[in-house]
Design a binder for this molecule. Structure first.
Ligand code: SF4
Length: 605
């Protein structure tokens, strides 16, 4: 087999047992790897109804067939597990160098089962794999954890993925962090790792990933790298300003979420833009493994020293949606969130929910247990509550449960801006209705990266579509994005390669590496299988489609108050039935037997 090793490291923490399982190429031909392999293993081995924070939940860390190869951005891995925030599937794609190192160690995936009775970490050095005591690491931040592990193993070139105190304390939106600042976030995989008392995974690998025809593969790689470098976003805006290049663009288009999505225009947007970040705090770009784009930022601030980020989504979540326009506070809080292992989108989304509940009188002064008032624009809120959330102290205990549970406690769920209990990212769907349908139907809840309709609706990739067109053509584009991102994730690449590459380019890369001769439509079929498999997992976990494939009431009933989208709502009701139909699902959003058969998923029904 090329690309994949066909090897899975299985670690049972209850039994302290480690073994290597193998799988055949047939599995890769159906599921490709990484995200696809993860959902395949979960459906095959685990009841979707398990308690996400119980030992029965499995944590899968998986690289793709292109991870560890020179393919552009070929360093990515996914974490696949049942989310403690949503109760449904989550799959988190992360960059940096950890994924490539895991693959070079000779494994496609690690399946973590059970739970340890005391803190441990996993050390992998090619065939040498052991569980080590991590009692001395418990409570440590990410940078400390990495430094201590490297020192005690006397290995400077180890790559470490792990959890900070947020994951240890089971904060529902805790991340798994790798290379200190890279996050497998969204949906709380860090809390799952914490529930297993697994502090970290340290890996060193020395193997070269086998590809079918090295010369042919390298020629294809060079061609695709050139395409990305010649693209105005992939080779221009992203390397120059990072993902924060979006702040001004999204604000000018009137969908930059402000004060918990009360409006889509933030008057101080420029002060927190990629341009401002470059001017004030940028030290240099910081590309992930084999990345020709290099959107990552190394930044510096007197209070925290050298750090990384923030990303566009973080700037919105710790900035505009809280009414905050102080970029230094955003950089600083982002640094702390990385060290503690917190998802910045959910952190900001939860505090924004709390701020609106406070503004409207649901949360009272005394509920804050002496914490600072939750007023829009109050930077003290971030400094104070981030510590309380991580420690689950005072009002921080309620915030640590995420925005949905907080709003529900105060009987004000309408002010939670999320889908399937996952806080929304940085695009008000009243300004991009196809993107809104994407939020409503995404298998992991309110997420942007698995159906990035901002590309056609705002940025013009692969071509410009009217953000308020809700025709079948728009829904078809959404389906293409949902399936293509499943392929990109499963291959082990970064979504940002779509700024330069089209669907056929991924086919070229995969065929050259794997020695296959599939057409683009064959790969998209694999993407469709993965999407439906994740949906099946959610349905088995208890998803009620007609209630949960939806958006917060605000977007459906409250017209946008100002800007280019003034007067707009999302016409979800007109799109959703057509989406179900075009997917071949039933009118109530379920997958009929014929569709399961077509996608060879019947065995999991
Ligand atoms: S584009 Fe950015 S996030 Fe993607 S692999 Fe490159 S540096 Fe990492």
């Amino acid at each position: 087999m090329y690309g994949n090793w066909g090897k899975i490291l299985r670690v049972n923490l209850t039994e302290k047992e480690i073994k290597v399982d193998t799988y055949e190429e047939e599995v890769a031909r159906k599921w490709l790897g990484s995200r696809g392999l993860g959902i395949y293993l979960l459906l095959k081995e685990m009841d979707p109804k398990v308690d996400p924070l119980g030992p029965e939940n499995k944590l899968i860390i998986a690289a793709g067939p292109l991870t560890g190869t020179p393919a552009p951005t070929g360093g990515r891995y996914n974490v696949i597990t049942k989310s403690p925030l949503t109760g449904y599937i989550t799959f988190s794609n992360s960059g940096g160098y950890f994924g490539a190192e895991l693959k070079k160690a000779g494994y496609d995936a690690i399946v973590v089962e059970g739970a340890s009775d005391k803190p441990v970490y996993l050390y992998i050095n090619d065939e040498h794999v052991e569980l080590r005591d991590a009692s001395h690491l418990w409570g440590k931040k990410m940078s400390e954890t990495e430094a201590i592990i490297k020192k005690e193993l006397n290995e400077e070139h180890l790559r470490v993925a792990g959890i900070g105190p947020a994951g240890e304390n089971l904060v529902r939106f805790a991340n798994i962090m790798n290379d200190v600042h890279r996050a497998a976030g969204r949906g709380g995989p860090g809390a799952v790792m914490g529930s297993k008392k697994l502090k970290a995974i340290a890996v060193k690998g020395s193997k070269e990933i086998p590809v079918a025809d090295k010369n042919k593969f390298m020629n294809v790689v060079r061609e695709k790298v050139n395409k990305i470098r010649n693209d105005p976003v992939g080779g221009g805006g992203l390397p120059k300003y990072g993902t924060a290049v979006l702040v001004n663009i999204i604000n000018e288009n009137g969908l930059y979420p402000t004060r918990n999505f009360q409006t889509g225009v933030f008057q101080y947007a420029y002060e927190q833009s990629g341009e401002a970040l470059a001017e004030k705090y940028l030290v240099r770009n910081n590309p992930c493994f084999a990345c020709p784009i290099g959107c990552g930022r190394v930044t510096k601030l007197p209070t925290v020293g050298q750090t990384e980020g923030p990303e566009y989504e973080t700037i919105y979540a710790l900035g505009s949606t809280l009414g905050i326009n102080d970029l230094a506070t955003i950089v600083e809080t982002n640094h702390l969130a990385d060290e503690y292992g917190l998802d910045t989108i959910s952190l900001g989304g939860t505090i924004a929910t709390a701020m609106e509940l406070y503004e409207k009188g649901y949360i009272k002064e005394e509920d804050l247990q002496k914490g600072p008032p939750l007023r829009w624009g109050n930077t003290e809120v971030l400094h104070y509550y981030i510590e309380k959330i991580v420690k689950k102290e005072g009002f921080g205990k309620e915030l640590a449960e995420g925005g949905y549970r907080l709003a529900k406690k105060y009987n004000a769920e309408q002010y939670f801006m999320g889908v399937k209990k996952l806080e929304l990212p940085a695009y008000d769907p009243r300004g991009a209705e196809g993107h809104g349908l994407g939020y409503a139907t995404n298998n992991r809840g309110g997420c942007h990266v698995k159906n990035y309709m901002i590309s056609p609706e705002i940025l013009g990739y692969p071509y410009k579509m009217d953000p308020h067109d809700i025709s079948d053509a728009k829904i078809n584009m959404l389906l293409l994005f949902q399936h293509l991102t499943a392929i990109i994730d499963s291959a082990g690449l970064c979504l940002f390669t779509t700024f330069g590459l089209g669907a056929d380019d991924y086919t070229d890369l995969l065929n050259a590496a794997l020695g296959w001769n599939l057409k683009t439509e064959d790969y998209l079929k694999i993407g469709e299988r993965i999407w439906n498999a994740e949906r099946l997992f959610n349905l088995k976990a208890g998803l009620d489609p007609l209630k949960e494939d939806t958006l917060p009431k605000r977007f459906l009933e409250e017209p946008m108050p100002e800007g280019p989208n003034k007067g707009r709502v999302v016409r979800l009701k007109e799109m959703l039935p057509r989406y179900y139909k075009m997917r071949g699902w039933t009118e109530d959003g379920r997958i009929p037997r014929e569709k399961l058969k077509e996608l060879e998923l019947e065995q999991f029904a």
